[in-house]
Design a protein around this ligand. Structure first.
Ligand SMILES: Nc1ncnc2c1ncn2[C@@H]1O[C@H](COP(=O)(O)OP(=O)(O)OP(=O)(O)O)[C@@H](O)[C@H]1O
Ligand SMILES: [Mg+2]
Length: 406
């Protein structure tokens, strides 16, 4: 069923503009011209778009009346303000609007906000990312996936969260996401969860570390059916997790869940090596710039010396910043391996996701960001048992071109 958007406005030009932006089969846009008509039709809609052009006091009053109607509590209300004026935005937020967008607006921003609100209010298909990815995985399959980067701030947590949400939607209550970026992990924030217990509580419970059912009790539940073992907000507590406990945690989590996904952060220490060793697949995001590539290069050298870890890496080029200086062909040559997927730069989608605590695969499922993240999820969740097709070693060219090393 398409989401029905009710535009409350007497401006035909705005109707035309909104209909153009939301013209996909996922939406129907209709118009209510007067306050009485809006109040009569609002509760049957999936989202209200309230235009503030004209008499400001009347619109403010209408916004208040719409929000005051008990039948309207589950219908999101997005105000189209006359400008970007902060005072005007605050006035509308204070009387109960859920979001405000100022004129002139970019069509992509309007669509992103509409999608985020529909997702937040559960007015998309059961908060699921996209119908095409809702496949059920065979039950006997077990997956252990770590997301790690030798450099911080390149999207490790974003990728772990989105892949986990896709996995959790496909296999509700069969997937756990563990925040093992013990110093500055932020998975709970990325998913807008307020966990009652964290990994530190689990570490204090010897039995919980050994018993799959007890371990499940330490997780928080996301709407998609994903379970989350949250990290601690207090870095000094990370010392509590020793090597033996980490081993127990990973083994027990693998017995408790079909799929275990770990955000391993960006700090290469003993614990991280343990995680990389445990994982069947390692997603390795990096940014297309020389320092990031050098860090990946050093990591690969190190891992090559310590065992067969490189063969299970899935390399992800994440354009987390606006400027891209290097070409894909040079990057692959430098790394000596194929890059599985390139994630586009999309500040708006990620900004909304961060502010709302709704990963882009749910909040903006048709954005380029979501489409590519879903492809990445398909790559690592799809053909279990086979080595990731994207990883192809080309040892002769490693960093020769970029860093002058043959
Ligand atoms: N492709 C992208 N386009 C635009 N912004 C992005 C992209 N990928 C990630 N970001 C943004 O970059 C920031 C860092 O992402 P994230 O927190 O996932 O990285 P991280 O590697 O986990 O960082 P940290 O080292 O702090 O743990 C976030 O604000 C995120 O929204
Ligand atoms: Mg992180």
């Amino acid at each position: 069923m398409p989401a029905s958007i009710l535009l409350i406005s007497s401006d035909p030009a705005l109707h035309a503009a909104v209909s153009e932006v939301l013209r996909s089969p996922s939406y129907t846009v209709s118009m209510a011209l007067t306050p009485d008509e809006s109040l009569a039709r609002a509760a049957q809609s999936d989202l209200l778009l309230l235009d503030t052009t004209g008499n400001g006091a009347t619109t403010l009053d209408l916004c208040r009346r719409l929000r005051g109607d008990p039948a309207m509590t589950s219908v999101p209300l997005l105000v189209v303000a006359q400008s970007d004026d902060v005072e005007e935005r605050i006035r509308f937020l204070e009387v109960g609007s859920d979001d405000v967008i100022g004129r002139p607006f970019d069509g992509r921003e309007l669509e992103a906000r509409v999608e985020a609100l529909l997702a937040r209010f559960g007015r998309t298909q059961s908060l699921a990312p996209a119908p095409s990815i809702l496949r059920t995985m065979p039950r006997q399959e077990r997956r252990s996936i770590a997301v790690f980067s030798p450099k911080g701030g390149v999207g490790t947590t974003t990728i772990a969260t989105n892949v986990a949400v896709v996995a959790g939607s496909r296999q509700p209550h069969g997937v756990v996401l563990i925040d093992l970026d013990l110093q500055f992990g932020g998975i709970a924030v990325h998913l807008d969860l307020a966990p009652r217990q964290t990994i530190v509580d689990l570490v204090h419970d010897e039995q919980g570390l050994l018993d799959p059912e007890l371990l499940r009790g330490y997780t928080a539940r996301h709407d998609t059916g994903l379970h989350v073992l949250a990290g601690t907000a207090r870095p000094e507590q990370t010392e509590l997790l020793g090597g033996d406990q980490l081993e127990q945690l990973l083994q027990t989590a693998s017995r408790a869940y079909g799929t275990v996904i770990v955000d391993a952060g960006s700090n290469l220490d003993e614990r991280t090596l343990q995680i990389l060793d445990w994982a069947d697949t390692i997603i390795l995001p990096f940014h297309p710039e020389i320092p990031a590539l050098k860090a990946v290069h050093s990591l690969l050298d190190y891992l090559n010396a310590t065992g067969d870890i490189v063969g299970k890496c899935v390399f992800v080029l994440n354009n987390a910043f606006a400027r891209q200086a290097l070409r894909m062909r040079d990057i692959e040559q430098a790394l000596g391996t194929r890059v599985a997927i390139e994630l586009p730069y999309d500040p708006l989608a990620y900004l909304n996701a961060a502010n709302e605590g709704i990963p882009v695969v749910i909040g903006a499922p048709r954005s380029g960001a979501a489409i590519h993240l879903t492809k990445l999820a398909d790559t690592v969740l799809g053909d279990w048992g086979a080595a990731p097709a994207s990883v192809e070693q080309q040892p002769k060219t490693r960093f020769g071109g970029l860093f002058g090393r043959a």
